[in-house]
Design a protein around this ligand. Structure first.
Ligand SMILES: NC(=O)c1ccc[n+]([C@@H]2O[C@H](COP(=O)([O-])OP(=O)(O)OC[C@H]3O[C@@H](n4cnc5c(N)ncnc54)[C@H](O)[C@@H]3O)[C@@H](O)[C@H]2O)c1
Ligand SMILES: O=C(O)C[C@H](O)C(=O)O
Length: 341
């Protein structure tokens, strides 16, 4: 009788056999983490290692992966951990992955915008996407690397060039904006943070981050003054952390939590448990812009349905309208980077 893939992987791990090619499936999800030794990668790996839905956690980085993998592999949870270091091992890291999470790249220092990271991170995401296109074209790809507004179009263009692009499978991770909104709103209003829901739409930089406070659940009233203070706080929350870290990087711990939450949602979707998350995806939700974050329904093929921005206040509509030009600039820059190379 054929053993399920999960048992094969575990049997090989305990017997010391090398598994050459195990076809992963929704029954034994493989998650590949690219940038696994970094500030986000390490705590995100810790959280993914504890996710009971993850059968195989493949850690990839250009440095220090073996140490991180050895450390995580001593945790008594079921996910098998493998280490892959340097470009030669990237193919194996992502091969047959169901979900690929990418925090590879440099973070901001005080005084920088996310767009200032473009010159370094655009090439990193392009090169990773080129290998994914060959090794794992059906994987769901969750991009954390900034500037997300541009790196998602970059990965998408690379996949298009390779003839394997599926817009339902490429995501910019904006979960941290949702997590922050829920933290700030629950604190301000004395709500149970674990039951507070605040969608955030648009993109992931400055004025493109648009919290829909009017859609807060449980239904919550905000004064104009509260909205005028909360909105920019959420938009500038990343900068708040960058400044507090004073040169030592940007958000890592809250991002790890957000990344693990989003990866778990993707895996649940793959396993047939439809669920809704905000994510920056190829979208027709807002006229005149090709990528936009809104709540999306996740399922076995990634994005099952784009749920759109829903009913918004006049204030929120103005922010949405104002974000379009900025997003288009960021998107065009990413597209040109791939097309011009
Ligand atoms: N989307 C978001 O909400 C969000 C939140 C926080 C940070 N970020 C972004 O995430 C990225 C990573 O942040 P960090 O704090 O973990 O940075 P970091 O410098 O601590 O870690 C980045 C890791 O990427 C690795 N790396 C570099 N080039 C690579 C390559 N070609 N392949 C694989 N790995 C490579 C590095 O070796 C390092 O281990 C940054 O671009 C940051 O701006 C995004
Ligand atoms: O602010 C940054 O540079 C990192 C990230 O995008 C964040 O929102 O924390």
């Amino acid at each position: 009788m054929a053993l399920p893939a999960k048992n094969l992987v575990q049997a090989a791990a305990t017997s010391g056999l090398r598994v050459v090619s195990v076809r992963h499936s929704s029954q034994a999800p493989k998650v590949a983490l690219l940038g696994a030794a970094g500030g986000i990668g390490q705590p995100l790996g810790l959280l993914l290692k504890q996710d009971p839905l993850v059968a195989h956690l493949a850690l990839y980085d250009v440095v220090n992966t073996p140490g991180v993998a050895a450390d995580l592999s001593h945790i008594d949870s079921n996910a098998k951990v493998t280490a892959h270091t340097g470009p030669k091992e990237l193919f194996a890291a992502v091969e047959n992955a169901d979900v690929i999470v990418i925090p590879a790249g440099v973070p901001r220092k005080p005084g920088m915008t996310r767009d200032d990271l473009f010159n370094t991170n655009a090439g990193i995401v392009r090169d990773l996407a080129a290998v994914i296109a060959k090794a794992s074209p059906k994987a769901l790809i969750a991009i954390i690397t900034n500037p997300v507004n541009s790196t998602v179009p970059i990965a998408s263009e690379v996949l298009k060039k390779a003839g394997v692009y599926d817009p339902k499978r490429v995501f910019g991770v904006t979960t941290l904006d949702v997590v922050r909104s829920q933290a700030f709103v629950s604190e301000l209003k004395g709500l149970d943070a674990s039951k507070t829901v605040v969608p955030v739409v648009g993109g992931h930089a400055g004025i493109t981050i648009i919290p829909l406070l009017s859609q807060t659940k449980p239904a919550t009233k905000f004064t104009d003054d509260e909205i005028a203070k909360l909105t920019p706080r959420i938009q500038d929350a990343g900068t708040e952390v960058v400044n507090a870290k004073a040169g030592a990087g940007s958000a890592t711990l809250s991002m790890a939590l957000a990344g693990a939450r989003f990866a778990n949602a993707l895996v649940r979707g793959i396993k047939g448990e439809k669920n809704v998350q905000c994510a920056y995806v190829a979208s027709d939700a807002v006229k005149g812009v090709e990528y936009f974050s809104t709540p999306v329904e996740l399922g076995p093929n990634g994005v099952e349905k784009i749920l759109g921005v829903g009913k918004v206040s006049a204030y929120e509509q103005k922010l949405i309208d104002a974000s379009v030009a900025e997003l288009n600039k960021n998107i065009a820059k990413g597209v040109a980077f791939v097309k011009g190379n």
